[in-house]
Design a protein around this ligand. Structure first.
Ligand SMILES: Nc1ncnc2c1ncn2[C@@H]1O[C@H](COP(=O)(O)OP(=O)(O)OP(=O)(O)O)[C@@H](O)[C@H]1O
Length: 577
């Protein structure tokens, strides 16, 4: 119920559309029922007149029948147009609304979700919400209003006929939807969850296909996907069979309603309280009136799926962002020194802190390295500096301003990152570079690529900068992707540069030339490097050595103590073994 009210408030801007859609749908329904009732009356009246040998005016009823037919057809078309237009607008807006809530949660709060699950939420779950609008709200409003009108119409002829008609309408329009809503709740919820799990499993299978093939695990993955598919089909089959049952029950209610009306009405014709054409009209009227309630059982059956989708969406929307954005405008630092003071942080649920009591100064224009074995907390320092997470203790400042005073985007506009994992989008090299500077001209892009020593390679490609790099940049080597990252950082032209093992995994020659490119990039910037390799750090001005999130030494590169060197070298040996 809570979800329904929240969804209703989200639909608020579309209430005008909803009212228009409801009125047009109501008019269409009334035209259809009128068409059937008038036709019943007209045919019987003509037959009775023929038998009696009297003339009747057939122009008015014939014109009304034609009018009803035209209104029904035009109404159906317009109603679809209006309601679908409103639904598509609503869905488009909901998707943007959801994405706006998702953005501040990345990456910290989203790590617990599989990308396939998030995709399911943003696509299938948002789509499922339109069910509430087109299949529940509008039909329920139409059914409720028309049931009252139909009841009043029957009441004008006979109270007993009205009550029997209403009783069957209530069975089809209230009892059956309540039953199918109860039956559909559990499979509907499972459908939302299983669809997400299936999507995640398929994405995993496709992305990890090389590993699955190497380790002969394709079959197991296929079985997992198949089992999920079977579960999904079982729930869909149950919903479909229930849908069949309710549709049959609606048909049965309509037929029973007709029979009861005839059973009650025929004696009235004998008594002369009802004319034969009236009986025919009321019979077809009763039958046609069930069109108003026919969509309700399925709509309520799908309510379980819709509410499960709503819950999954609200679960993300209600997540508190890991950092609180300041309300005041961000400061505009004149200098770009980086300072950590007493910084401590634990990831949620972790028993030990990832970093504790860290002090670090990187004066503007200098270069510092944080060295430590795997898991010693180096990347955590970057995550805190980039404000993906908020420290539990201490403070980080840039140019004398605490980073808590900056809005996330403003803070990150001062920082460029080159890491070992450069994410390349499935688009052209040019667009991948323009992520850092959307307005960058071709000349600026080429200049950055020359410094990054990747221009010659790109120029030799048949499509040059228009070359498609493939998903996650599969068509480029690790070294080439790293150079693209350097070029991106040059294009961004930020005063602070974070380097996360930028030469990791490259051969000596590639590493040397990438270091030359990095040398050019580092000029005039405040640079912080994280690495687990203690060797070759003579180009940095200061080193901080971490072990298990704590400082164990600091100074220049010579301070890396023997013991720590040993641990680091073991780490390197372990990583390469
Ligand atoms: N997103 C996260 N959620 C929970 N725990 C995390 C997360 N990221 C890191 N950790 C944990 O925090 C500790 C420090 O990790 P961190 O990634 O900062 O180490 P690192 O020195 O950068 O390691 P590496 O050199 O392997 O990248 C580790 O124990 C790690 O398991």
């Amino acid at each position: 119920m809570k979800e329904l009210l929240r969804l209703w408030s989200l639909f608020r801007p579309y209430r005008g559309w909803m009212i228009a859609g409801t009125l047009i749908a109501l008019l269409t329904l009334i035209a259809n029922v009128a068409l059937m009732a008038l036709a019943g009356w007209f045919i019987t009246a003509m037959a009775v007149a023929g038998v009696a040998g009297v003339a009747i005016n057939y122009f008015a009823p014939a014109a009304l029948i034609r009018l009803s037919a035209v209104v029904r057809t035009a109404g159906r078309y317009t109603e679809r147009l209006v309601n679908h237009e409103a639904t598509f607008r609503l869905i488009a807006e909901l998707r943007v609304w959801f994405y706006r809530h998702l953005e501040p949660l990345a990456p910290a709060r989203l790590q617990q979700y599989h990308s396939g699950d998030l995709l399911s939420r943003i696509r299938a779950d948002i789509d499922a919400l339109d069910n509430l609008y087109v299949r529940v709200l509008v039909p329920v409003a139409v059914a409720a209003i028309s049931a009252v009108l139909f009841f009043v119409f029957l009441l004008l002829h006979d109270p007993l006929l009205a009550l029997s008609g209403l009783a069957f309408l209530l069975i089809a329009g209230v009892a059956l939807p309540v039953w199918s809503q109860g039956r559909g709740q559990a499979p509907g919820r499972r459908l939302a969850e299983d669809e997400a799990e299936l999507r995640a499993a398929v994405i995993d299978g496709v992305q990890g296909m090389a590993e699955l093939t190497i380790y002969g695990a394709n079959e197991r993955q296929a079985q997992r996907v198949e089992a999920l598919g079977r579960r999904l089909i079982a729930d869909q089959a149950r919903l479909s069979s229930d849908h069949g049952v309710t549709q049959a029950a609606v048909g049965l209610s309509a037929s029973l309603s007709l029979w009861v009306l005839l059973w009650l009405g025929i004696p009235m014709v004998h008594d002369g309280t009802l004319m034969p054409p009236q009986l025919a009209m009321l019979a077809l009227f009763t039958l046609a009136s069930f069109e108003a309630v026919a969509p309700l059982p399925q709509a309520f059956q799908l309510l379980g799926r819709t509410l499960a989708a709503a819950r999954r969406i609200f679960a993300i929307v209600d997540t508190d962002p890991p950092v609180v954005e300041p309300t005041a405008p961000s400061p505009r630092p004149e200098r770009f020194d980086i300072r950590f003071r007493g910084v401590g942080f634990s990831y949620p649920g972790a028993s030990t802190p990832a970093v504790a009591d860290i002090d670090l100064d990187v004066p503007q224009g200098t270069r510092a390295a944080v060295v430590g074995a795997t898991g010693s907390g180096k990347s955590t320092l970057f995550n805190l500096l980039l404000r993906f997470w908020e420290p539990d203790a201490g403070d980080i400042s840039i140019g004398g301003h605490s980073i808590t005073a900056f809005r996330g985007d403003d803070l990150r506009s001062h920082i460029a990152v080159v890491s070992q994992q450069t994410y390349l989008f499935d688009t052209t090299i040019r667009e991948n570079l323009q992520i850092a500077a959307p307005e960058a001209t071709q000349e600026a892009i080429e200049a950055a690529c020359r410094v990054a020593q990747i221009h010659d390679f790109i120029s030799e490609l048949p499509d040059g900068y228009g070359t498609w790099v493939g998903e996650t940049g599969v068509r480029l080597s690790g070294g080439q992707a790293r150079r693209i990252a350097v070029a991106r950082a040059l294009l961004k032209d930020a005063p602070i540069l974070l380097l996360d093992e930028p030469t990791e995994g490259l051969d000596a020659e590639t590493e040397r030339s990438l270091m030359q490119a990095l040398d050019r990039l580092m000029v005039g910037r405040t640079v912080l490097l994280i690495t687990h390799r203690p060797a070759g750090l003579d180009w940095v001005d200061g080193v901080l050595v971490l072990d298990n999130g704590r400082e164990v030494a600091r100074g220049d590169s010579k301070v890396i103590p023997e013991a720590t060197q040993g641990a680091l070298l073991r780490d390197v040996a372990g990583a390469t073994a």
